[in-house]
Design a binder for this molecule. Sequence first.
Ligand SMILES: N[C@@H](CCC(=O)N[C@@H](CS)C(=O)NCC(=O)O)C(=O)O
Length: 186
Amino acid sequence: MSDEVKVERLAALFKQTGAAHHQAFLETDGDDPEWPLWYAEYLEGRLTPFLAAPLTRSRLVFCLIGADDEHRATESDTPWPEYYARRFLECLGPADEPAKDRLSLYYFDGCPFCVRVLRAIDALGLDVELRNIYADPVHLAALREVRSRTTVPVLRITSSDGEERWMPESADIVRYLQASYGQAAA
Ligand SMILES: N[C@@H](CCC(=O)N[C@@H](CS)C(=O)NCC(=O)O)C(=O)O
C-alpha cells in the first residue's frame, strides 16, 4: 500500500470521527470544549490497524491536541482530517503491512483452463509470476517433480515463512484467488 493510500484511509477515519462527534453533539452544533476526550475514546481501537503501535487514550488526546494546534497555527489549506492523518503517520509510523503470499502460476499458452485463471488474475489485478512450462524446462521439471504429472494450471502459493502449497484445478484456483484477494476479502 502506498504512503498516499495510507494517508487517505486514515484521513477517512478522522473524517468519520468528526461526523460521529457532530452527531453526538447536535444540540450544540458540534461545539464541545472536551472534544479530544471524545475523539480519543472513539478512535482508541479504530486507530490500531493504521499505526505502528497502539496508543494509550491519554497519548491520543495529546496527539489530537498537538495536531489541532498545529493545523490552526500554520493556517494550512489542507483539510483537517488529511492534516491529522499525515501528522499521526509521521510522528507514530504506519502499521506494518501483513506479509503477503508469493504466487506463481504454472501454465502454457493455448490451454483454456489456464486462460480461465489468467483472466481472474487480471480482473483482480494480482502480482503473480507466470511460469510457462513449455517455455522453460525448469518449470516443467519442477511441476513434474512435485505433482508427478504435467497438467496445468497449477498455482504455487509460498507463504512468508516459506511454506508451499501447490493448487491444481482451475475452478479451485479461481475460487481461492477471489476469496483471498477479491473485494469480499478486503
Ligand atoms: N480440470 C482441470 C483440467 C486441466 C487440463 O485438462 N489441463 C490441460 C491443458 S488445458 C493439460 O494440462 N493437459 C496436459 C496434461 O494433463 O499433462 C482444470 O480445470 O484445471
